[in-house]
Ligand binder design. Sequence first.
Ligand SMILES: Cc1ncc(COP(=O)(O)O)c(C=O)c1O
Length: 439
Amino acid sequence: MSTDLSTYFEPRDDSQDLNALSLSKTALGMKASKILTISYSVRERIAAGADVTQFTVGDFNPKHFPVPDLLKEGAREALANDQTNYPPADGLLELRSAIRDHYERSFGLNYPVSSVVVGSGARPVLFAAYQCLINEGEKVLAPAPGWNNDNFSQLVGAQLVSIPSRPEDGFMPTASSLRPHLEGARLLVICSPMNPTGTLIRRQQLVEICDLIVEENARREEAGERLLYLIYDHVYWMLTFGDHEHITPPQVRPEMARYTLFSDAVSKCFSGTGLRVGWMVAPPHIVAKVKALMTHMGAWAPRPEQLATAGLLNDPSAIESFLETFLNKLQTRLNLLHDAFATWRDEGLPVDVIAPEGAMYLSVKFDLIGRPGFPNAESVRLMLLEEADCAVIPFDCFGDQVNLGWFRFSVGAVGVEDVEKCLPKLERALRAVHAKLQG
Ligand SMILES: Cc1ncc(COP(=O)(O)O)c(C=O)c1O
């Protein structure tokens, strides 16, 4: 016999939903991810039979982008060896040491192992960093567009100040765009290579921002004020193309090690979004508190995956050969899209595009907003979906109210043949819209 309990979960009276009213302010303030809402609606459209090209998700399709063999084999072997008990709250020492060595080899940065804490992906360590640094009402600075800073800020009651960015700066913040907002700011978040834009911060831009932070913190130390920290979210750092070079704050200004919190993971650089292994490298006094929070939340990475990740990070030649193929596949897809949009732009169609620099994203502009039939980004998104079966995400879903018309194309879920199939449909739709607007 089974008792149907669903009736207990329904509101008792229409005027006042006590179930909802009984939730916390934090729970009631949480916003649905606009990106996921679009992705789910596109998935439904595909399930209903539409031939849509899925450029919306920031995930990898394992059919096109499998993880490195060492990760699969390492996890399998660890399970076979009964590696199934709790890992330490800050991660297995094998993995923390491997991360430490990986950073020394890759960046020439020699951190103590007490600077490393592991979590189940980059998200929990990012959230923990916000929790450990920010008091309610304190100011967080993040460029728009940006990834998830609005949600993390809401969860800790921070006041998010979005710093408008410009395509000519690669949508990155600059020292001069940040300076007017420094007073009282506790945290600045920079993501490079960036989601959603696929652009990298330039060395000079980073140098100027680091100098600003060092100078501001020297003043605060003198005045006995709480410090300004920098989250440098570089989960895509190994995914760079051509001459584009990823650099980090302590490389350009070693003193920045005092103020920098790196977030990183196997999710993007090794295509392992579902493996849930991420980490933070930061000053040990912050890492100790992140560890304490992890102890209470239990957002640990699974033990077998931690061992597998340690095995991979300790094998630079396996990383190199994995990346060679991986980058090649990403670049082929991104270049196909970029070259098509660049040609259409040069032919006078109302589009613009930024050449791929890193990550799995391409920034494309549709210069239509404000023209008849296109009051906002959503109307452009729907035209692309309905007329070209092309599913993309506008920058306003990443908190950007300035760079209207710019969209993110993500190539992790598509094959080369999918891109090739979508391009003629896009061209036809764009030419039709252009002709209508001209006429
Ligand atoms: C910039 C950035 N940081 C962090 C994450 C989250 O990574 P994880 O899946 O490891 O939690 C994402 C995922 O989309 C991202 O784009």
